[in-house]
Design a protein around this ligand. Structure first.
Ligand code: OGA
Ligand code: MN
Length: 210
């Protein structure tokens, strides 16, 4: 069992679920202390968050019909960010060792959904057009209501999973495979969304989330 004093991350569980289903939902994956530090950082830095743009050719107005949350990219300049990135690095190495995927790095941002904010059904990566391989989502608080994540199968309208955000829950799924959406938040919702990436030397792609 992979378990240190800093984290509860159970890598075996995560790898088994990914191998079987292509996604995993792990409650209490990360220590309450680290989650609280990351959540406090979001609150303290809220003025630095920006409305997300989607796709290079879309303007902010178009993007806001698709998603209304605000984000801030990690830059690794707080101890909490560094600790979180160290956990993600352990997952990256474990996925590479088990699935030979050659994931070469990880990028992530904080996201704040205020009451009513949403992110319509979307894919994080399109085949051959992105270097994003696995998506991670980590919840930093437990909103009273709303803000559920719906994960859909590749084909079909019925969700595979409906996840009520809960502090410490970590979700990981194949970025090209699972459309997903965030229902309107009922109260402020703090999270981290991130992507394990492969090296795409052709660089001839449009990243749907940039
Ligand atoms: C995203 C995303 C899901 C969530 O940021 O791309 O789909 O539950 N987030 O926050
Ligand atoms: Mn997404």
């Amino acid at each position: 069992m992979n378990c240190s004093s800093e984290t509860f991350l159970h890598l075996d569980n995560l790898l088994d679920n990914i191998a079987e289903n292509g996604y995993c939902i792990i409650e209490n994956a990360i220590s309450a202390e680290l989650i609280a530090q990351l959540q406090q950082q979001c609150e303290a830095q809220e003025t630095q968050f920006q409305h997300a743009k989607i796709g290079r050719h879309q303007d902010l107005q178009q993007a806001s019909a698709i998603r209304s949350d605000k984000t801030k990219w990690f830059n690794g300049d707080t101890a909490a960010e560094t600790s979180y990135l160290a956990l993600m690095e352990r997952i990256r190495v474990a996925i590479n060792q088990n699935f030979y995927l050659g994931l070469f790095d990880y990028e992530c941002h904080f996201a704040i959904y205020q009451q009513g904010d949403f992110y319509k059904k979307h894919l994080d990566a399109f085949k051959g057009k992105s270097n994003r391989v696995f998506t991670t989502v980590c919840y930093l608080n437990t909103p009273n209501q709303g803000g559920e994540l719906l994960i859909y199968p590749e084909k079909g309208k019925e969700p595979l999973a409906k996840v009520a955000p809960k502090a410490g829950t970590l979700i990981c799924f194949e970025s090209e495979r699972f459309p997903h959406e965030v229902l309107a938040a009922g109260s402020t919702r703090y999270s981290i969304a991130g992507w394990f990436r492969k090296n795409n030397s052709s660089a001839n792609f449009v990243d749907p989330n940039q």
